[in-house]
Design a protein around this ligand. Structure first.
Ligand code: CA
Length: 451
């Protein structure tokens, strides 16, 4: 273990003051109105290295984390921008924007040593698929899931040409709409941002709950998150599912409307995760916990709604999401104009990072990993016998134990540290229940499935 020298402590402090100064300048640039309280207050300076406990100094001060320009990435970006990684002794963490999910996968496969990344933001069950070489040309790259980044903040956008056809959360009675498109040779096209993970699952769950078979009645395609808006504008798709701000921007710029928020499909659902290469974590156990502490403190900061205007300003910057701040502000406050006259105004439906109505958002429940694997079986993405050994696989990939250690070390109240690795029974908008004790019963209860 390396003692932090007076020199490196001083370096941390200098880095922190430099970034604090930079964020004050940027606040001026983004044009926050001077009469609001948040705009006139300087960002609180977090003292670099102040969260490092003697004996648990990180082995390294850097890690390369990939992210996709959607609201899910907020905890990683905020941990960097607000100095939370530096606070826990990781001042040199890089957050690197990935062109798309395929690029993130390729970059984690080569690792930072090969010019790629050590880990970062993932849809599920990507860390499982990468661990087993299923989406990496058989090259097994073992990964660990460390935390959940967020819940909510995703939606299903529909092209403007379908306005007035009553396409909403519930599709019952819409069979003929899909059938007509199919018989005309123009099957309903729905885009995800990477096949066989979250966004694909949300579209599939939504249509199947309405009696529409996603493999028969819908044509699924894959489009990078930041490209979805432009592609829908030129008529390349009827629907897409992705993280905010892209579905909301469809409404804000009058290109279409939103059929549903994922928060409506499954309230407090698991969304995206922080996962790292296993070799990086095993080599750097203290640095892993330092990353986790930085992310957790960022998640708490993000969930303070008085910080959300500043959060919008940070995320709007060109190097991050790169959209007008106004497009980010409303979804972050739980305010959604869905188009077609429907609005949602409910903070419990907003993207949440630290806590939701079910408890911890940040803690990576193993029962949620099991749902993602079960849903993969449902659609034939993973073989049926996956469920026989799912628990072993989950125990190998999900490191909720490290989350708990990090939480305890940073003094998180014990009431905020889950005692079970299962969140218990989950309920979807159509009344279907997932009991992690019996995933087969869930599969049996679903009418449309491949398995
Ligand atoms: Ca997402």
């Amino acid at each position: 273990m390396v003692e932090l020298s007076a020199f490196s402590r001083r370096k941390f402090l200098l880095t922190a003051s430099a970034s604090a100064a930079a964020s004050i300048v940027l606040k001026g640039c983004v044009g926050n109105p001077p009469d609001t309280t948040t705009a006139t207050q300087a960002s609180p300076v977090v003292e670099a290295g102040s969260g490092v406990q003697a004996g648990s100094e990180p082995e390294v001060t850097t890690a390369k984390l990939g992210y996709i320009p959607i609201l899910e990435a907020a905890p990683l970006i905020v941990a960097k921008e607000k100095g939370f990684f530096a606070k826990y002794g990781m001042p040199d963490v890089q957050v690197d924007k990935q062109a798309n999910w395929g690029a993130a996968r390729d970059n984690v496969k080569i690792g930072s040593g090969g010019g790629g990344i050590d880990g970062g933001q993932w849809q599920m069950p990507m860390p499982y698929l990468i661990t087993e070489g299923i989406i990496t040309d058989d090259a097994k790259v073992p990964m660990y899931i460390l935390a959940q980044l967020n819940t909510h903040g995703n939606g299903i956008a529909i092209a403007g040409e379908h306005k007035g056809k009553n396409i909403g959360l519930k599709l019952q009675g819409k069979e003929s709409f899909f059938a007509q498109l199919k018989s005309a040779g123009t099957r309903f096209k729905a885009a995800n941002t990477f096949p066989r993970v979250n966004q694909d699952f949300w579209i599939r769950y939504w249509v199947a709950a309405g009696g529409i078979d996603p493999d028969q009645d819908v044509e699924m395609l894959t489009v990078p998150a930041a490209q979805t808006f432009a592609d829908m504008k030129i008529g390349a798709m009827d629907a897409f599912s992705t993280g905010d701000p892209w579905p909301y921007r469809i409404v804000a710029e009058n290109v279409g409307f939103m059929a549903a928020l994922t928060a409506e499909i499954w309230k407090n659902h698991p969304e995206e995760y922080l996962a790292m290469r296993q070799d990086w974590v095993d080599k750097n156990p203290n640095a892993t916990k330092a990353l986790l502490k930085g992310v957790m403190e960022a998640q708490q900061w993000c969930d303070d709604f008085s910080n959300r205007q500043e959060l919008a300003a940070i995320l709007a910057k060109r190097e991050y999401i790169g959209v007008a701040e106004a497009i980010l502000r409303d979804p972050l406050m739980g305010k959604y104009n869905m188009g077609e006259g429907r609005t949602v105004d409910d903070r419990s439906m907003a993207p949440l990072y630290w806590k939701d109505e079910r408890g911890s958002v940040s803690y990576p429940y193993k029962s949620h990993d099991l749902w993602f694997l079960t849903e993969s079986v449902r659609w034939g993405f993973l073989p049926k016998n996956t469920l026989d050994n799912a628990q072993t696989w989950i125990d190998r990939v999900n490191r909720e134990d490290l989350w708990k250690e990090a939480a305890q070390e940073m003094g998180i109240a014990s009431a905020d540290i889950p005692t079970s690795t299962s969140r218990g029974i989950e309920t979807f908008f159509d009344g279907i229940k997932f009991d992690p004790e019996n995933p087969q019963a869930y599969l049996n209860s679903l009418k449309i499935k491949k398995a």
